[in-house]
Design a protein around this ligand. Structure first.
Ligand code: GLV
Length: 317
């Protein structure tokens, strides 16, 4: 039986599945392992089922025992893993695409609605009481007829486009390459970021975090947006330069933000907290029972497939 380290708790049924296939070292207290502890616990293991909270940088990967052949990340994103270091060590890295597309797109739409319709302020007023309806009370921005710019038209971007279109939004996107017509669903392609941002009344960041996308939304690129644009991020916090974004909120260049992901989670930049127009969630993208179950099962299947065949369809390196 192969031995694996599972760095965080999974839903119980998924841990049972893992224990049926592997000798699994579970993290019953769901503690956040330090990099050193993760390396120590990997001793004698053949693989690691990691999560996005594990920072598997080159230093950590270089210290892993030779027995580790695969890191199966319990997420579609794998920005927490240094792929070059994994390649150098001959360690396969896998992710969990597709199964979380719908749940994450739902949160992407919630961010758009929450930011445009001033949900944070509304919730606070409703809880406090004493609010008074009036014709101009908490007036927000309507989605119908607004232009939605999607940065990264992968699986999640396409699903957000589909839902947003049904809400009457006009869809634009920027991607490394233009999609086929069936995937585009009538959206307008922009071959550069400036062109996309200049037509984005609402921006939805959906691209993976990579060396190319870190701080892509920054002091300079924010200026390409129309004044009073809404910016949402359902992908990774690394893509937004926080100080520039908070400054844009201060100046009302950006009307509101809708964020589910942050640099340095869970310690988001406190500058966001002072803005009532910031609709912020604690990284809930894939957080439904069905999706978390499917993700964990896929992460387990990825390990099993790799151990059995020496390859895996969800290998990303
Ligand atoms: C969730 O954030 C994921 O990348 O799967």
């Amino acid at each position: 039986m192969k031995k694996i380290l599972i760095t965080r708790r999974l839903l119980r049924a998924c841990e049972d599945k893992a224990e049926g296939i592997f000798e699994a070292n579970l993290n019953l207290n769901d503690e956040l392992y330090s990099q050193q502890k993760l390396v120590e616990l990997s001793e004698g293991c053949d693989g690691i089922l990691s999560s996005l909270t594990d920072k598997l940088d080159s230093e950590t990967i270089n210290k892993l025992p030779d027995s580790i052949k695969i890191i199966s990340n319990f997420a579609v994103g794998f920005g927490n893993i240094d792929l070059d270091a994994a390649n150098n060590r001959g360690i396969a890295v896998t992710n969990t695409p597709d199964v979380l597309t719908d749940a994450t797109a739902e949160i992407g739409i919630l961010l758009i609605l929450g930011a445009c319709r001033r949900a944070s302020e509304g919730i606070e007023s409703a809880r406090q009481g004493g609010w008074k309806w009036s014709a101009d009370y908490l007036i927000g921005k309507q989605l119908t007829g607004s232009r939605l710019g999607i940065l990264g038209m992968g699986r999640i971007g396409q699903k957000i486009a589909k839902i947003a279109k049904s809400l009457g939004m006009i869809i634009h996107y920027h991607n490394r390459s233009k999609l086929s017509e069936d995937k585009e669903q009538g959206a307008t392609y922009h071959d550069n970021l400036k062109s996309l941002l200049s037509v984005s009344d609402v921006l939805s960041v959906c691209c993976p975090a990579s060396k190319e996308t870190v701080d892509m939304i920054n002091k300079e690129t924010l200026e390409y947006l129309p004044k009073g644009a809404v910016v949402t991020n359902v992908a990774r916090g690394d893509i937004i330069e926080d100080e520039a974004m908070i400054d844009a909120l201060d100046r009302r260049k950006v009307y509101a933000v809708g964020l589910d992901v942050y640099k340095n989670e869970p310690n988001l930049n406190p500058g966001y907290l002072k803005h009532k127009s910031a609709f912020i969630l604690p990284h809930l993208g894939s957080a439904t029972k069905d999706t978390r179950t499917a993700m964990a099962n896929l992460a387990i299947d990825n390990l099993d497939e790799y151990f059995k065949t020496g390859n895996c369809k969800n290998k990303v390196n």
